[in-house]
Write a protein that binds this ligand. Structure first.
Ligand SMILES: Nc1ncnc2c1ncn2[C@@H]1O[C@H](COP(=O)(O)OP(=O)(O)OP(=O)(O)O)[C@@H](O)[C@H]1O
Ligand SMILES: [Mg+2]
Length: 308
């Protein structure tokens, strides 16, 4: 994203006064040039301080809907410990559409699960819509998710015995909406994803793209403030993938819903307002000018198990 940043190359070669001068100039194409600090000796790579103007202006700072502070998550399998998140700090603004990208195993899904309260964290803090999710009990968390969050996850499979419309209305029924209203709203969202005539069909009778659109309809039916998507276009051909992202962009623009999309597809990333890059359980670039020094990272970017 940044024109003069090259992966794996040091970015501290310019004279300090030159960097200061550049940091105080208006951003080029909305982006500030990186001001990196020297690499730390240990594994942990701090992110450089941002220019103060960004802090004031950006919606993720001015009006955040999701905030993570130094989040650590270690999977302990008994034999090994996998540090999947190693001090992740980030904010997403209300109404932002952001992509999370990074190598396989870098912690993207874990981050999404933790932010959505599906996974417990070890240390740190996650604040969603002003509430620290650690203060919520399981019941409150589940209710909050049903009312305010939508999920486009591949493991959030559609129920095979239910028709498309029955799958879509499920979150409404769970939140206590009466059946007549739930059906009407489900049909409206199915129309939005152009599946009206497929409403009575079961998932097995639909194509991969149609099934994914049912999943998206189900994620959107209760008009959630936040939609989490993990590889929403992973199994789709490029044309259908394009349609799905266009639909998400449209909803984001028209309804101001926040979208957090994990993707390996650079094309999808490019259509989001911001790309957050992960590596080895950390954020190396939050798309706001906070960039870790690439020399602090070696290898393929995966979180490595530690044998106990
Ligand atoms: N339930 C689990 N138990 C143990 N280790 C896990 C578990 N879930 C994830 N991990 C480990 O945590 C690290 C991060 O995994 P994660 O699924 O978040 O990566 P990812 O960035 O989503 O990768 P991909 O792009 O392949 O989906 C990996 O090393 C993975 O092996
Ligand atoms: Mg994943």
């Amino acid at each position: 994203m940044l024109p003069d940043r090259q992966e794996g190359k040091a970015i501290t070669m310019e004279k300090p006064f030159k960097l200061m001068e550049r940091a105080s100039l208006p951003p080029k194409n909305g982006q500030y040039l990186p001001v990196a600090s020297p690499p730390p000796t240990g594994q942990y790579a701090p992110i450089a301080d941002p220019p103060p103007q960004i802090e004031r202006q950006h919606p993720s700072i001015a009006n955040p809907i999701i905030q993570a502070l130094k989040v650590v998550k270690v999977f302990d399998t008994g034999k090994v410990k996998v540090p999947a998140l190693r001090g992740v700090t980030l904010a997403v603004g209300r109404g932002e559409m952001v992509a999370i990208m990074g190598p396989s195993g870098s912690g993207k899904t874990t981050l999404l699960n933790c932010l959505a309260g599906l996974e417990e964290i070890d240390t740190g803090q996650i604040i969603v819509d002003g509430t620290d999710i650690a203060t919520m009990n399981d019941k409150t968390k589940t209710e909050y998710r049903a009312r305010h969050m939508g999920f486009v996850f591949q493991f959030y499979n559609l129920l095979p015995v239910l028709s498309a419309v029955e799958n879509v209305e499920l979150p409404l029924v769970v939140s206590g909406v009466n059946t007549k209203e739930a059906r009407e709203r489900a049909m409206r969202v199915l129309a939005l994803v152009r599946l009206t005539e497929w409403a009575a069909h079961k998932p097995a009778e639909l194509s991969g793209g149609q099934r994914q659109r049912v999943t998206i309809a189900r994620a959107l039916v209760n008009e959630p403030a936040i939609v989490w998507a993990d590889e929403p276009t992973g199994d789709l051909d490029s044309e259908t993938a394009d349609e799905i992202i266009t639909l998400m962009q449209d909803l984001n623009t028209r309804h101001g819903q926040t979208f957090v999309i994990v993707t390996h597809d650079a094309g999808v990333g490019a259509r989001c307002q911001r790309i957050i890059k992960m590596r080895d359980g950390q954020i190396i670039d939050d798309g706001l000018g906070h960039i870790a020094d690439p020399r602090a990272f070696v290898g393929d970017g995966q979180a490595r198990p530690i044998v106990q």
